[in-house]
Design a protein. Structure first.
Lengths: 179, 649, 116
């Protein structure tokens, strides 16, 4: 019973946040809706015994990524309403999006009903069983997937360097350069 | 010596290659002497081979030297056949070619493309030798085409002159018509006998026989080829224009060698020819009519070389007349003597032209000459020898050979004999006209005022020794050449062309190489005929001399020079109307309609199609990120559908 | 039913929502994100929709980890989060460099230089 309530609560929060992201005209409002969604998804993670991930979700996603979004919104000044922007310039976009949306929901839900289990034993270790969730994830990451782990850390460094380079303002031409 | 027979064509082609690669470096006059040495070497070896062959008995006089295997499916190898016919021709071809090479060293002095000239000359001699000495039709055809090509190259040697370039083209194209006939004939021969080698073909025909229609077709087509190469009706039109080439070329190719290739071909295939009597009659009549036709035109020409060109056509007509009535020996005999005196006269004309250079504007126009005997006595003397030979004046060589031809014609058909006589009269007449206009009478070149401004000599000068020497040798040959086939002495006279050619036959068959002429006549009749022919010749000389010594004004001269004859019966204009204009229209149709609109249209249309398609596809790339996202989403839906279908939900 | 130390009790045998329900939620979340990407023109909001889709995917993986009893699903999510974070960093850097200094109201529809 409790599970159902938790599930419904999480779902409600997530979906309302999602709809908010998509429909709210003000980007700052949309960012805050996103936070709502992320929180809902974290609840759903917990409901599935993925405690570590739920925490990481809240800290990294809701805490860092969304803040980053807000920084950029403020930096670029795109916080004004989109209502002034004007009519849709691509005429086929709205009807096509509607069709695609309906189609993909139907198809995905239908696909999700299919039974995919083959009965083969797990590759990375059991999800349930003795031990905390963190222990199990740590076990996996640092033994079986340690290479991926190291490489993703390198990836993060590269991303940071790249972002710094990308966002640099181009140097203004001095008189010496135009001589 | 016989085994060295391969050197005979090998030397000239070696010479041609060396001169092609290094000619410019060797330079004048060494290039000329080198070319001459090659051809002279060929001549010496052919003398040796001839002697070797003569020492054999009659049955063995056919020596084939196989150089290497070539086209087994056609039954041909690269092989040279040394038999009496080929050796006779090789001897006079290489001999006269050597003399002309020497002459050309002097004549072409100062020409910027001196060594190139000798390259072409050597290449020509090689082609002609391959034509004569090849033991199969394919090699003969190789030589045939080779001489055609060299003729083209040499006629248009001074290609800066548009008339020379056009003349070369004309020669090539008209020859092609004949070559077409020759090729079809070769196809038919192969179809009939399964081989293209002379001996194999003749053997097969003797064993298996041949339908007379096939034989007629083959012989007619071969004769078409011969007409083209030897300038008979109706394919003679290229020879007068071919005089645009340098005079040594006219002497070598268009008097002594290439134009005789047609006669040679007909004589070579005479076993086949005798199986198609209708064709032989045709050949005889075409030859006779050509002889008459060309002789009439020659009486009204002003250019010294054109007279000789039409004279060549006329004399070739005699040779074909002989072939057509079965007189192969007479044909070859006349070919040899004609080579001597015609080459002599051409070279002498060249000497006159060379001497008149700078004295008048048009050094080839006889109307501006006159009394050359005073200024160029040696040239005059040699030319007169040739004149007497061609007019059939006994005992010069032309008398003996023309008499043989007329005798054979008389045996076959009196009408042909009459035509031959009339032509002989005309021949003597126009040749006399020519020598009177050129060498005798009053000097007319002083009246040409144009030459004064150029500061050249005002009088003609004799040619250098290098040019006079060949003239002398040829003059001697023109005088005594008749000795190779005297009609008296019977079989006792060892040196008789008739026996030499007669008693060779094709190994393995009963065919004799030469059947000789049909029937025989009493020696009394022979003498009568000879006297009649001589009288005709003398009448012609008398007519020519009497008329032309006294007619010195243009008006009086024009009385004897019918405009129709001057225009050569307007044949060239007629051909132009029939062939050239529609041909050009057709080419323009092909070029502008078929090629430009049709083919280019298809190609351009492909390009337009691709471009149009690309333009349409371009609309997918509209720059909007959202529409790209839409495409991705659409793809996603498609994948999902596929997944559903696969799981069979 | 085993009880691990400090683990939240998840009773598989009880009548909680099965994996399919969570998958359905993830599907809806994903579709909402996709439609938002197609329809919104503000670049930052479009990016946020991408984040929505990523979250839906994460939810799917976790669900499968539970359904198939394989911790690998959760490990994948771990990595997805890392990479998504890096992606956000770089993506926002690109957006900043493209849209910096433009007048207010520039949307994704204004960046059409790649039009062929």
């Amino acid at each position: 019973m409790v599970d159902w309530i938790v599930f419904l609560a999480g779902t409600l929060i997530a979906l309302s946040g999602a709809i908010g992201v998509v429909t709210l005209p003000n980007p700052v409002h949309a960012a805050l809706s996103l936070v709502l969604t992320l929180f809902g998804v974290a609840v759903l993670f917990v409901a599935q015994a993925a405690h570590f991930l739920a925490v990481v979700q809240v800290i990294v996603y809701a805490g860092a990524v969304v803040v980053l979004f807000l920084f950029v919104i403020m930096l670029l000044g795109v916080d004004r309403d989109e209502a002034n922007i004007g009519a849709e310039s691509l005429r086929a976009q709205k009807p096509a999006a509607a069709v695609i949306g309906v189609a993909s929901i139907g198809l995905l839900v239908a696909l999700s009903q299919v039974n995919f289990t083959t009965g083969a034993p797990s590759t990375a270790g059991a999800a349930d069983g003795p031990g905390t969730n963190v222990e199990k994830i740590a076990d996996s990451v640092f033994t079986r997937y340690v290479y991926a782990f190291e490489i993703t850390s390198v990836l993060l460094v590269i991303a940071v360097v790249g972002a710094v380079l990308l966002a640099r303002k181009p140097k203004p031409l001095t008189d010496e350069m135009t001589a | 010596m016989l085994s060295l027979v391969w050197l005979i064509p090998a030397l000239p082609i070696f010479g041609a290659t060396v001169l092609l690669l290094f000619g410019k470096r060797i330079g004048e006059p060494l290039a000329g002497w080198f070319g001459t040495a090659m051809v002279a070497g060929s001549f010496l070896i052919s003398v040796g081979v001839f002697a070797d062959l003569a020492s054999k008995s009659a049955e063995e006089r056919a020596y084939t030297k196989v150089l290497w295997s070539w086209l087994p499916s056609l039954g041909v190898d690269v092989a040279l056949l040394a038999n009496p016919l080929s050796m006779t021709m090789v001897l006079f071809v290489t001999g006269i070619a050597s003399l002309i090479h020497v002459f050309a060293i002097g004549y072409m002095h100062g020409d910027p493309r001196f060594s190139r000239f000798f390259t072409y000359l050597n290449l020509f001699v090689f082609s002609m030798l391959m034509l004569i000495m090849g033991d199969n039709f394919v090699l003969m055809f190789l030589g045939w085409e080779g001489v055609g090509t060299c003729s083209y190259l040499l006629i248009s040697f001074w290609f800066e002159r548009p008339s020379a370039a056009t003349a070369g083209k004309k020669a090539f194209v008209v020859n092609r018509v004949g070559d077409f006939g020759l090729m079809i004939a070769m196809f038919l021969i192969f179809n009939q006998t399964g081989s293209l080698q002379y001996h194999a073909v003749f053997r097969s025909i003797e064993e298996n026989g041949i339908a007379s229609s096939t034989a007629t077709a083959i012989c007619l087509l071969l004769f078409l080829g011969a007409c083209g190469k030897s300038a008979q009706l109706p394919l003679y039109v290229w020879l007068p224009d071919a005089m645009e080439g340098p005079t040594p070329v006219s002497a070598l190719i268009h008097a002594a060698t290439m134009v005789t290739a047609g006669v040679y071909l007909m004589v070579r295939v005479h076993p086949l020819l005798e199986l198609a009597p209708g064709v032989m009659t045709t050949i005889a009549w075409v030859g006779a009519l050509t002889a008459l036709f060309a002789a009439t035109i020659a009486t009204a020409q002003d250019d010294i070389k054109r007279v000789l060109a039409y004279s060549t056509i006329s004399q070739l007509g005699y040779m074909f007349l002989a072939v057509g009535v079965g007189g192969n020996v007479a044909a070859i005999f006349h070919m040899v003597t004609h080579a001597f005196f015609k080459a002599l006269m051409f070279l002498a004309a060249g000497s006159v032209i060379h001497g008149m250079h700078g004295v008048v504007v048009d050094e080839q126009n006889m109307k501006w000459m006159g009394n050359i005997k005073k200024w160029m006595p040696i040239t005059t003397g040699t030319f007169l020898m040739g004149w007497l030979a061609i007019s059939g004046f006994p005992p010069f060589s032309g008398f003996w050979s023309k008499d043989e031809v007329l005798l054979d014609a008389y045996k076959e058909n009196k009408a042909l004999w009459i035509i031959g006589l009339v032509t002989a009269l005309l021949t003597a007449y126009y040749m006399t006209r020519q020598i009177v206009l050129v060498f005798f009478g009053k000097e007319r070149f002083a009246a040409d005022s144009h030459a004064d401004a150029r500061g050249h000599a005002h009088t003609p000068h004799e040619s250098p020794v290098l040019m006079l020497l060949p003239l002398g040798v040829l003059a001697v040959l023109a005088v005594v050449g008749g000795a190779i086939n005297q009609p008296f002495g019977g079989k006792n006279l060892a040196m008789k062309l008739e026996h030499w050619l007669d008693e060779s036959f094709i190994p393995g068959t009963e065919i004799h190489a030469f059947v000789g002429s049909h029937g025989s006549v009493a020696s009394g009749t022979k003498l009568t005929l000879a006297v009649i022919a001589t009288l005709c010749g003398l009448a012609g000389i008398a007519l020519g001399a009497s008329q032309w010594l006294k007619r010195t004004t243009p008006e009086s001269q024009a009385q004897l020079e019918l405009p129709l004859l001057k225009r050569a019966y307007g044949v060239d204009a007629l051909y132009s109307k029939i062939f050239e204009v529609p041909g050009r229209k057709f080419s323009e149709f092909l070029a502008f309609v078929v090629d430009r609109r049709g083919i280019d249209g298809v190609v351009n249309g492909m390009a337009t199609l691709v471009r149009g398609g690309g333009n349409q596809l371009r609309k997918l790339q509209n720059g909007y990120v959202r529409s790209y996202a839409l495409s991705i989403a659409g793809g996603l839906v498609a994948l999902l559908v596929w997944a559903i279908v696969r799981t069979g939900f | 039913m085993t009880q691990a130390q400090g683990a939240v009790l998840v009773d598989k045998a009880s009548s909680g929502p099965g994996g399919q329900w969570f998958l359905a939620v993830a599907a809806v979340l994903f579709t909402i994100g996709m439609v938002g990407l197609l329809l919104r023109r503000n670049v930052i909001v479009m990016f946020m929709c991408v984040e929505l889709m990523l979250n839906a995917v994460n939810l799917t993986f976790v669900t499968f980890a539970r359904m198939l009893n394989d911790i690998g699903g959760q490990v994948v999510v771990f990595f997805i989060m890392v990479v998504a974070a890096a992606e956000v960093v770089v993506g926002l850097g690109i957006i900043v460099s493209i849209f910096r200094g433009r007048k207010i109201g520039t949307t994704a529809d204004n960046a059409v230089l790649l039009k062929g």
